[in-house]
Design a protein around this ligand. Structure first.
Ligand SMILES: *Cc1c(COP(=O)(O)O)cnc(C)c1O
Length: 392
Protein backbone atom coordinates (compact mmCIF):
# COMPACT_ATOMS: atom_id res chain seq x y z
CA UNK A 1 0.00 0.00 0.00
CA UNK A 2 1.29 3.45 -0.82
CA UNK A 3 2.27 5.46 2.27
CA UNK A 4 0.03 8.40 3.10
CA UNK A 5 3.03 10.61 2.30
CA UNK A 6 4.00 10.18 -1.37
CA UNK A 7 7.19 8.10 -1.09
CA UNK A 8 9.56 10.33 -3.10
CA UNK A 9 12.06 10.55 -0.22
CA UNK A 10 14.18 7.88 1.44
CA UNK A 11 13.98 9.20 4.97
CA UNK A 12 16.47 8.51 7.75
CA UNK A 13 14.96 6.99 10.93
CA UNK A 14 15.23 10.32 12.75
CA UNK A 15 12.48 12.61 14.04
CA UNK A 16 13.35 15.95 15.53
CA UNK A 17 11.03 17.76 17.88
CA UNK A 18 13.02 20.94 18.53
CA UNK A 19 16.08 22.87 17.47
CA UNK A 20 18.51 25.33 19.04
CA UNK A 21 21.22 27.00 16.99
CA UNK A 22 23.29 24.22 15.40
CA UNK A 23 21.49 21.46 17.31
CA UNK A 24 18.49 19.29 16.47
CA UNK A 25 16.87 17.38 19.31
CA UNK A 26 14.82 14.18 19.28
CA UNK A 27 11.91 13.50 21.65
CA UNK A 28 14.16 11.31 23.86
CA UNK A 29 16.61 14.20 24.29
CA UNK A 30 19.32 12.97 21.91
CA UNK A 31 21.11 16.04 20.51
CA UNK A 32 22.44 15.97 16.96
CA UNK A 33 24.95 18.49 15.67
CA UNK A 34 23.36 19.73 12.47
CA UNK A 35 25.82 20.12 9.57
CA UNK A 36 23.00 20.06 7.03
CA UNK A 37 20.95 23.02 8.23
CA UNK A 38 17.96 21.91 6.17
CA UNK A 39 20.33 21.75 3.17
CA UNK A 40 21.73 25.27 3.58
CA UNK A 41 18.34 26.68 4.62
CA UNK A 42 18.69 27.38 8.36
CA UNK A 43 21.43 29.93 7.70
CA UNK A 44 21.16 31.37 11.23
CA UNK A 45 20.54 28.04 12.93
CA UNK A 46 17.35 26.83 14.57
CA UNK A 47 15.10 29.04 16.69
CA UNK A 48 17.16 32.22 16.26
CA UNK A 49 15.56 34.66 18.72
CA UNK A 50 15.60 37.60 16.28
CA UNK A 51 13.84 35.55 13.60
CA UNK A 52 11.24 34.28 16.08
CA UNK A 53 10.61 37.90 17.07
CA UNK A 54 10.36 39.08 13.43
CA UNK A 55 7.95 36.26 12.58
CA UNK A 56 5.71 36.56 15.64
CA UNK A 57 5.52 40.35 15.44
CA UNK A 58 4.41 40.11 11.81
CA UNK A 59 2.07 37.18 12.60
CA UNK A 60 0.26 39.25 15.18
CA UNK A 61 -0.19 42.14 12.75
CA UNK A 62 -0.95 40.63 9.31
CA UNK A 63 -0.28 37.26 7.65
CA UNK A 64 -1.17 37.78 4.06
CA UNK A 65 -2.28 40.32 1.56
CA UNK A 66 -2.22 39.93 -2.17
CA UNK A 67 0.50 41.46 -4.30
CA UNK A 68 -2.33 43.66 -5.54
CA UNK A 69 -1.32 45.88 -2.59
CA UNK A 70 1.93 47.28 -1.21
CA UNK A 71 3.71 45.03 1.31
CA UNK A 72 6.12 47.02 3.52
CA UNK A 73 8.27 44.03 4.59
CA UNK A 74 8.68 43.05 0.91
CA UNK A 75 9.75 46.60 0.02
CA UNK A 76 12.24 46.64 2.89
CA UNK A 77 13.82 43.33 1.84
CA UNK A 78 13.93 44.31 -1.85
CA UNK A 79 15.64 47.60 -1.00
CA UNK A 80 18.22 45.79 1.15
CA UNK A 81 18.95 43.23 -1.59
CA UNK A 82 19.35 46.00 -4.18
CA UNK A 83 21.58 48.00 -1.84
CA UNK A 84 23.93 45.06 -1.21
CA UNK A 85 24.10 43.46 -4.67
CA UNK A 86 24.47 44.09 -8.41
CA UNK A 87 20.68 44.05 -8.76
CA UNK A 88 18.31 46.91 -9.57
CA UNK A 89 15.11 44.96 -8.97
CA UNK A 90 13.80 41.86 -7.18
CA UNK A 91 10.86 39.46 -7.57
CA UNK A 92 10.00 37.24 -4.60
CA UNK A 93 9.10 33.56 -4.85
CA UNK A 94 8.50 30.77 -2.32
CA UNK A 95 11.32 28.51 -3.47
CA UNK A 96 14.40 28.09 -5.59
CA UNK A 97 12.42 26.20 -8.20
CA UNK A 98 10.09 29.12 -8.72
CA UNK A 99 13.10 31.42 -8.96
CA UNK A 100 14.39 29.18 -11.78
CA UNK A 101 11.06 29.44 -13.60
CA UNK A 102 11.19 33.22 -13.55
CA UNK A 103 14.89 33.41 -14.47
CA UNK A 104 14.19 31.36 -17.60
CA UNK A 105 11.08 33.37 -18.47
CA UNK A 106 12.88 36.67 -17.89
CA UNK A 107 15.80 35.74 -20.15
CA UNK A 108 13.51 34.62 -22.97
CA UNK A 109 11.23 37.63 -22.66
CA UNK A 110 14.26 39.93 -22.86
CA UNK A 111 15.17 38.63 -26.30
CA UNK A 112 11.56 38.38 -27.46
CA UNK A 113 11.08 42.08 -26.74
CA UNK A 114 14.24 42.86 -28.67
CA UNK A 115 12.72 41.04 -31.65
CA UNK A 116 15.53 38.47 -31.66
CA UNK A 117 15.07 34.74 -31.99
CA UNK A 118 17.21 33.79 -29.00
CA UNK A 119 15.71 31.15 -26.73
CA UNK A 120 18.63 28.79 -26.09
CA UNK A 121 19.93 28.53 -22.51
CA UNK A 122 23.22 26.78 -21.81
CA UNK A 123 23.60 24.73 -18.62
CA UNK A 124 26.13 22.26 -17.17
CA UNK A 125 26.36 18.63 -16.13
CA UNK A 126 25.93 18.04 -12.42
CA UNK A 127 23.83 21.16 -12.01
CA UNK A 128 20.61 21.38 -10.01
CA UNK A 129 18.00 24.07 -10.53
CA UNK A 130 14.89 22.57 -8.92
CA UNK A 131 12.23 20.03 -9.80
CA UNK A 132 9.80 21.97 -11.98
CA UNK A 133 9.49 21.38 -15.72
CA UNK A 134 12.00 24.16 -16.43
CA UNK A 135 14.27 23.11 -13.54
CA UNK A 136 14.65 19.50 -14.64
CA UNK A 137 15.02 20.47 -18.30
CA UNK A 138 17.75 22.92 -17.29
CA UNK A 139 19.68 20.30 -15.30
CA UNK A 140 19.00 17.65 -17.91
CA UNK A 141 20.28 14.64 -15.96
CA UNK A 142 18.66 11.28 -16.60
CA UNK A 143 18.02 10.90 -12.86
CA UNK A 144 15.77 13.97 -12.82
CA UNK A 145 14.20 13.88 -16.27
CA UNK A 146 13.56 10.19 -17.03
CA UNK A 147 9.87 9.55 -17.56
CA UNK A 148 8.85 13.18 -17.35
CA UNK A 149 9.05 14.09 -21.02
CA UNK A 150 8.38 15.82 -23.25
CA UNK A 151 10.80 18.22 -21.60
CA UNK A 152 10.77 21.99 -21.96
CA UNK A 153 12.94 22.59 -25.05
CA UNK A 154 15.74 25.09 -25.52
CA UNK A 155 18.43 23.88 -23.11
CA UNK A 156 21.92 22.88 -24.23
CA UNK A 157 23.85 20.83 -21.69
CA UNK A 158 27.63 21.08 -21.54
CA UNK A 159 30.17 19.09 -19.56
CA UNK A 160 31.11 20.98 -16.36
CA UNK A 161 34.61 22.41 -16.83
CA UNK A 162 34.84 21.85 -20.62
CA UNK A 163 36.05 25.28 -21.74
CA UNK A 164 36.36 24.36 -25.42
CA UNK A 165 32.77 23.10 -25.58
CA UNK A 166 31.62 26.29 -23.84
CA UNK A 167 33.48 28.58 -26.24
CA UNK A 168 31.99 26.70 -29.19
CA UNK A 169 28.46 26.65 -27.76
CA UNK A 170 27.99 30.31 -26.80
CA UNK A 171 27.00 32.17 -29.96
CA UNK A 172 24.95 35.17 -30.98
CA UNK A 173 21.94 32.84 -30.68
CA UNK A 174 22.52 32.11 -26.99
CA UNK A 175 19.86 33.72 -24.82
CA UNK A 176 21.60 32.97 -21.54
CA UNK A 177 24.07 30.81 -19.66
CA UNK A 178 22.80 29.39 -16.35
CA UNK A 179 25.33 28.17 -13.78
CA UNK A 180 25.82 27.62 -10.03
CA UNK A 181 29.03 29.36 -8.87
CA UNK A 182 29.44 26.38 -6.53
CA UNK A 183 27.49 23.26 -7.45
CA UNK A 184 25.68 21.93 -4.40
CA UNK A 185 23.77 18.77 -5.32
CA UNK A 186 26.50 18.13 -7.90
CA UNK A 187 29.03 17.51 -5.11
CA UNK A 188 30.34 20.88 -3.85
CA UNK A 189 32.09 21.77 -7.09
CA UNK A 190 33.23 25.41 -7.16
CA UNK A 191 33.66 27.15 -10.51
CA UNK A 192 37.16 28.66 -10.22
CA UNK A 193 37.13 32.49 -10.12
CA UNK A 194 39.03 32.84 -13.40
CA UNK A 195 36.49 30.55 -15.11
CA UNK A 196 33.57 32.63 -13.85
CA UNK A 197 35.38 35.74 -15.13
CA UNK A 198 35.98 34.07 -18.49
CA UNK A 199 32.32 33.07 -18.67
CA UNK A 200 31.25 36.66 -17.95
CA UNK A 201 33.53 37.87 -20.80
CA UNK A 202 32.20 35.22 -23.16
CA UNK A 203 28.59 36.24 -22.39
CA UNK A 204 29.50 39.90 -22.95
CA UNK A 205 31.11 39.10 -26.31
CA UNK A 206 27.87 37.57 -27.55
CA UNK A 207 25.43 39.72 -25.61
CA UNK A 208 24.15 36.61 -23.78
CA UNK A 209 22.69 37.01 -20.30
CA UNK A 210 24.51 35.39 -17.39
CA UNK A 211 22.14 33.75 -14.89
CA UNK A 212 23.68 32.61 -11.61
CA UNK A 213 21.90 30.08 -9.42
CA UNK A 214 22.95 31.04 -5.89
CA UNK A 215 20.08 29.19 -4.23
CA UNK A 216 22.53 27.02 -2.26
CA UNK A 217 25.84 28.94 -2.39
CA UNK A 218 24.40 32.42 -1.71
CA UNK A 219 23.46 34.36 1.43
CA UNK A 220 26.83 34.33 3.14
CA UNK A 221 27.44 30.60 2.73
CA UNK A 222 30.83 31.04 0.98
CA UNK A 223 31.93 33.94 3.19
CA UNK A 224 30.75 36.67 0.79
CA UNK A 225 27.12 37.70 0.68
CA UNK A 226 26.98 36.04 -2.76
CA UNK A 227 29.52 33.56 -4.11
CA UNK A 228 30.15 35.39 -7.40
CA UNK A 229 31.64 38.32 -5.48
CA UNK A 230 34.82 36.22 -4.97
CA UNK A 231 35.36 36.37 -8.77
CA UNK A 232 34.71 40.10 -8.94
CA UNK A 233 31.97 39.67 -11.53
CA UNK A 234 28.24 40.31 -11.56
CA UNK A 235 25.44 38.36 -13.26
CA UNK A 236 22.49 39.81 -15.15
CA UNK A 237 20.01 37.62 -13.30
CA UNK A 238 20.43 35.68 -10.05
CA UNK A 239 18.28 33.05 -8.35
CA UNK A 240 18.26 33.00 -4.55
CA UNK A 241 16.34 30.91 -1.99
CA UNK A 242 17.25 28.49 0.84
CA UNK A 243 19.35 30.58 3.27
CA UNK A 244 17.56 33.85 2.46
CA UNK A 245 14.54 32.85 4.58
CA UNK A 246 16.52 31.32 7.44
CA UNK A 247 14.04 28.41 7.45
CA UNK A 248 10.93 30.25 6.30
CA UNK A 249 10.02 29.48 2.65
CA UNK A 250 11.37 32.36 0.57
CA UNK A 251 13.10 32.77 -2.76
CA UNK A 252 13.92 35.62 -5.11
CA UNK A 253 15.10 36.56 -8.55
CA UNK A 254 17.46 39.52 -8.61
CA UNK A 255 18.15 41.29 -11.89
CA UNK A 256 19.61 44.34 -13.54
CA UNK A 257 17.19 46.88 -14.95
CA UNK A 258 18.25 45.85 -18.45
CA UNK A 259 17.76 42.09 -17.97
CA UNK A 260 14.40 42.66 -16.27
CA UNK A 261 13.13 45.04 -18.94
CA UNK A 262 10.66 42.56 -20.44
CA UNK A 263 8.90 41.82 -17.16
CA UNK A 264 6.19 44.46 -17.24
CA UNK A 265 2.87 44.47 -15.37
CA UNK A 266 0.93 41.24 -15.91
CA UNK A 267 3.87 39.19 -17.29
CA UNK A 268 4.50 37.24 -14.07
CA UNK A 269 3.04 36.81 -10.60
CA UNK A 270 2.74 34.73 -7.45
CA UNK A 271 0.04 34.47 -4.83
CA UNK A 272 2.37 33.79 -1.92
CA UNK A 273 5.61 35.23 -3.30
CA UNK A 274 6.80 38.10 -1.14
CA UNK A 275 4.17 37.55 1.55
CA UNK A 276 4.46 39.56 4.78
CA UNK A 277 5.54 36.66 7.01
CA UNK A 278 8.33 35.45 4.72
CA UNK A 279 9.61 38.95 4.03
CA UNK A 280 9.57 40.00 7.68
CA UNK A 281 11.84 37.05 8.45
CA UNK A 282 13.91 37.56 5.28
CA UNK A 283 14.50 41.23 6.07
CA UNK A 284 15.92 40.29 9.47
CA UNK A 285 18.07 37.50 7.98
CA UNK A 286 19.43 40.03 5.49
CA UNK A 287 20.25 42.58 8.21
CA UNK A 288 22.24 39.97 10.11
CA UNK A 289 24.09 38.33 7.20
CA UNK A 290 24.79 41.39 5.01
CA UNK A 291 27.20 42.68 7.62
CA UNK A 292 30.95 42.79 7.20
CA UNK A 293 31.72 41.60 10.72
CA UNK A 294 29.29 38.67 10.36
CA UNK A 295 30.86 37.61 7.05
CA UNK A 296 34.38 38.03 8.43
CA UNK A 297 33.38 35.65 11.22
CA UNK A 298 32.04 33.13 8.68
CA UNK A 299 35.40 33.24 6.89
CA UNK A 300 37.36 32.83 10.10
CA UNK A 301 35.28 29.83 11.18
CA UNK A 302 35.44 28.38 7.68
CA UNK A 303 39.24 28.44 7.82
CA UNK A 304 39.17 26.68 11.16
CA UNK A 305 36.66 24.06 9.93
CA UNK A 306 38.66 23.37 6.79
CA UNK A 307 41.89 22.92 8.71
CA UNK A 308 40.19 20.47 11.07
CA UNK A 309 38.70 18.56 8.14
CA UNK A 310 42.10 18.31 6.43
CA UNK A 311 43.27 16.67 9.66
CA UNK A 312 40.28 14.30 9.61
CA UNK A 313 41.04 13.28 6.02
CA UNK A 314 44.72 12.78 6.87
CA UNK A 315 43.88 10.48 9.78
CA UNK A 316 41.37 8.42 7.76
CA UNK A 317 42.95 8.04 4.31
CA UNK A 318 40.95 4.83 3.75
CA UNK A 319 37.62 6.65 4.28
CA UNK A 320 38.19 10.14 2.86
CA UNK A 321 39.87 11.41 -0.28
CA UNK A 322 39.89 15.18 0.25
CA UNK A 323 38.08 18.33 1.36
CA UNK A 324 36.58 20.73 -1.13
CA UNK A 325 34.41 23.81 -1.19
CA UNK A 326 34.34 27.46 -0.21
CA UNK A 327 33.53 29.04 3.15
CA UNK A 328 30.98 27.00 5.07
CA UNK A 329 29.95 25.13 1.91
CA UNK A 330 32.26 22.16 2.31
CA UNK A 331 32.40 18.63 0.98
CA UNK A 332 34.26 15.49 1.96
CA UNK A 333 35.11 13.40 -1.07
CA UNK A 334 34.74 9.81 0.18
CA UNK A 335 36.45 6.53 -0.66
CA UNK A 336 33.70 4.42 0.92
CA UNK A 337 30.08 5.05 -0.16
CA UNK A 338 29.07 8.54 0.99
CA UNK A 339 25.77 7.21 2.35
CA UNK A 340 27.76 4.93 4.70
CA UNK A 341 29.51 8.02 6.08
CA UNK A 342 26.19 9.87 6.46
CA UNK A 343 24.65 6.86 8.26
CA UNK A 344 27.68 6.42 10.54
CA UNK A 345 27.27 10.13 11.31
CA UNK A 346 23.72 9.48 12.50
CA UNK A 347 25.12 6.93 14.96
CA UNK A 348 27.66 9.51 16.14
CA UNK A 349 24.91 12.17 16.37
CA UNK A 350 26.18 14.44 13.61
CA UNK A 351 24.03 15.25 10.57
CA UNK A 352 25.53 15.56 7.08
CA UNK A 353 24.03 15.46 3.59
CA UNK A 354 25.09 13.27 0.66
CA UNK A 355 25.75 14.82 -2.77
CA UNK A 356 26.68 13.52 -6.21
CA UNK A 357 30.24 12.35 -6.89
CA UNK A 358 30.38 10.37 -3.63
CA UNK A 359 30.65 13.54 -1.58
CA UNK A 360 29.32 14.26 1.91
CA UNK A 361 28.16 17.86 2.25
CA UNK A 362 28.83 19.99 5.32
CA UNK A 363 26.57 23.06 5.30
CA UNK A 364 26.33 24.18 8.92
CA UNK A 365 24.42 27.20 10.16
CA UNK A 366 26.58 30.27 9.56
CA UNK A 367 26.25 30.89 13.31
CA UNK A 368 28.02 27.64 14.28
CA UNK A 369 30.71 28.26 16.91
CA UNK A 370 34.33 27.10 16.81
CA UNK A 371 33.64 24.79 19.75
CA UNK A 372 30.74 23.26 17.84
CA UNK A 373 32.98 22.82 14.80
CA UNK A 374 35.47 20.95 16.99
CA UNK A 375 32.66 18.75 18.35
CA UNK A 376 31.40 18.14 14.82
CA UNK A 377 34.81 17.00 13.60
CA UNK A 378 35.26 14.79 16.68
CA UNK A 379 31.91 13.13 15.89
CA UNK A 380 32.87 12.71 12.23
CA UNK A 381 36.07 11.09 13.49
CA UNK A 382 34.00 8.67 15.60
CA UNK A 383 31.89 7.89 12.53
CA UNK A 384 35.01 7.24 10.43
CA UNK A 385 36.48 4.95 13.12
CA UNK A 386 33.25 2.98 13.21
CA UNK A 387 33.36 2.57 9.42
CA UNK A 388 36.98 1.42 9.64
CA UNK A 389 35.88 -1.21 12.17
CA UNK A 390 33.16 -2.34 9.75
CA UNK A 391 35.62 -2.61 6.88
CA UNK A 392 38.30 -4.46 8.89
C1 LIG B 1 17.73 23.61 -3.73
C2 LIG B 1 18.14 24.22 -5.00
C3 LIG B 1 17.19 24.65 -5.95
C4 LIG B 1 15.71 24.42 -5.76
O1 LIG B 1 15.21 25.10 -4.67
P1 LIG B 1 13.82 24.61 -3.99
O2 LIG B 1 13.58 25.64 -2.94
O3 LIG B 1 14.02 23.23 -3.48
O4 LIG B 1 12.78 24.66 -5.04
C5 LIG B 1 17.65 25.28 -7.08
N1 LIG B 1 18.96 25.47 -7.30
C6 LIG B 1 19.91 25.08 -6.42
C7 LIG B 1 21.34 25.36 -6.70
C8 LIG B 1 19.52 24.43 -5.24
O5 LIG B 1 20.46 24.00 -4.39
Amino acid sequence: MIPTILPTYNRAPLTFTSGEGSWLIEADGRRFLDLGAGIAVNSLGHAHPDLIAALTTQAQALWHTSNLYHIPAQQKLADALVEHTFADTVFFTNSGTEACELAVKMARKYWYDKGEDRTEIITFSGSFHGRSAAGIAAAGSEKMTKGFGPLLPGFTHLEFGDHDALRAAVTDKTAAVLIEPVQGEGGIRPVPDHCLKGLRDLCDQHGSLLILDEVQCGMGRTGKLFAHEWAGIAPDIMMVAKGIGGGFPLGAVLATENAASGMTAGTHGSTYGGNPLACAVGARVMEIIADEAFLADVNRKAGHFRQKLEGLVASHPDIFEDVRGVGLMLGLQCKVPNTDVVNAGYQAEVLTVPAAGNVVRLLPALTITETEIDTAVARLDTAAQRLKGDNA
